[in-house]
Design a protein around this ligand. Structure first.
Ligand code: BES
Ligand code: ZN
Length: 443
């Protein structure tokens, strides 16, 4: 095994699941491993305690008259369950079919380590980097980065940069240079409906009191029109229309036909807002999704009860210029207005992150495109992303700089799902890309 893969295997072995307090010490051990790795390549490295998981930073020696590039990544991962659906254990990485299989292989440890190893390689080949470098790695991305935004505020001077680069997004198709210039935002909420004081006999009481599970179903149904359009009042007011050039560009992006979406998702049909392609729906249009729903009897066979309570967990994906706080207020109003009579409703607002978009044709955007062309054949694809990295808009708000998204995640990487994987080819290309990127950004 190459030393690069050995590093990746070590990094992937930590179950650094940020959402689960059981794994707090694993997250810390993973941060410590990073500190050692970054120090070993000669960077000045620091571990910053936070109320949650630590932030790791590293810098080379900064010289005047050089561009300062900040590279961000996250070393936390999503939970691995359901465990029984993994072909091999999530934190015991393995190579099969020229891919590395493990939780975090793509999101984000493999992509993040490609940055670090690119830097290590340039340092060992040339003795120095072409730019002033700031590395910023957090352990709370998958839980909405609660400690990082305050950290940006208190470390503005320390983090001052000209441009930010991240590899934590999608690559349009294998061996296809992809520059992401936008991310959807996210806004989460949980609705709890309560009715009778306890589960009731549905024969003795059915028809006399309202059923909380029915109320949840009505609320969920009220969120969309039958054609898939979101029905929350005011939801589309601030949505920036797609530009002609991006619709044209996206139509050429490989891997985004309806057939491709069906293959990757395993769904019987694509479905969504009318008059938009699947790529447009995921990258450029907002949605409302049910992430979990429950209440009442879930066991084998039937049980004739009226449940005492029911719930639904929702997340909305937002696009520029929707504001998460405004949208969450609209959602709350909508839910309270559409709640049927006879039950109590409680809307608990969860975490959120703003959407983001920048100009891929800026000077730094062009430099990123040149770097992509040095590593991948053909012209780079310019895309936005359906997923969210909430800190990216905070970078712009607080530090005042834009972010280039140099994604290496393939559609079938199974991020957040069992059997997450990362092709060795993407890992190796990522290392080269990071070397080329710093050179091009320095010009
Ligand atoms: N790396 C992903 C986001 C991503 C993946 C964007 C692929 C584009 C393509 C990130 O780690 C992630 O999953 N973010 C969460 C954020 C949420 C928990 C606040 C998301 O999008 O659900
Ligand atoms: Zn990620």
């Amino acid at each position: 095994m190459t030393p690069e893969l050995q590093d990746l295997f070590a990094f992937l072995s930590f179950p650094s699941v940020s959402t689960d307090s059981k794994h707090k010490s694993d997250v810390l051990d993973c941060a410590d491993w990073l500190i050692k790795k970054l120090s070993s390549i000669g960077l000045e490295t620091q571990l910053h305690e936070t109320p949650g998981h630590p932030i790791v930073t590293a810098k080379n020696k900064h010289l005047p008259d050089r561009k300062t590039v900040l590279i961000y990544g996250h070393y936390d991962v999503q939970p691995a369950d359901p465990l029984d659906l993994w072909d091999t254990p999530p934190f015991a990485p393995e190579i099969r079919d020229a891919k590395i299989w493990a939780r975090g292989a793509t999101d984000n440890k493999g992509q993040m380590l490609a940055h670090i190893l690119g830097i290590e390689k340039t340092l060992s080949e040339k003795g120095e980097l072409p730019v002033n470098l700031i590395l910023l790695f957090e352990g709370e991305e998958e839980i909405g980065s609660p400690s990082l935004a305050p950290f940006l505020e208190t470390h503005k001077e320390f983090l001052k940069n000209d441009i930010i680069a991240i590899s934590d997004t999608g690559m349009a198709a294998p061996n296809t240079g992809t520059l992401g210039y936008g991310l959807r935002g996210v806004a989460c909420a949980e609705v709890k409906i309560t009715g009778p004081a306890r589960d009731l006999h549905s024969g003795l009481f059915g028809g006399t009191v309202a059923n909380p599970a029915t109320a949840v179903a009505r609320l969920v149904a009220s969120l969309h029109l039958p054609d898939g359009t979101v029905a929350i009042e005011g939801f589309y007011d601030a949505v920036r229309p797609l530009e002609a050039w991006e619709r044209e560009m996206w139509a050429k992006v490989p891997g985004t036909s309806d057939k491709d979406f069906l293959e990757v998702t395993g769904s019987p049909e694509t479905f969504g807002e009318p008059n938009y392609s699947s790529a447009e729906r995921t990258w450029g249009r907002p949605t409302a999704e049910v992430n979990g729903i429950g209440g009442g009897y879930q066991g084998e066979g039937s049980k004739t009860v009226i449940p005492a309570e029911a719930f639904v967990k929702l997340s909305l994906r937002l696009v520029p210029d929707q504001d998460p706080q405004t949208i969450l207020a609209q959602l709350k109003t909508h839910l309270e207005k559409h709640c049927p009579p006879g039950v109590n409703i409680e809307v608990e607002i969860g975490h959120d992150g703003k959407p983001y978009a920048c100009d891929p044709h800026s000077d730094f955007g062009k430099a990123a495109q040149r770097a992509l062309k040095r590593v991948f054949p053909g012209e780079p694809m310019l895309i936005r992303e359906g997923g969210s990295i909430p800190i990216v808009q905070a970078f712009r708000d607080i530090l005042g700089t834009d972010t280039l998204l140099l994604g290496l995640a393939l559609a079938d990487a199974q991020i957040h799902s069992p059997n997450e994987n990362f092709p060795i080819a993407n890992f190796e290309a990522g290392i080269k890309l990071n070397q080329a990127l710093l050179e091009e950004l320095a010009k």
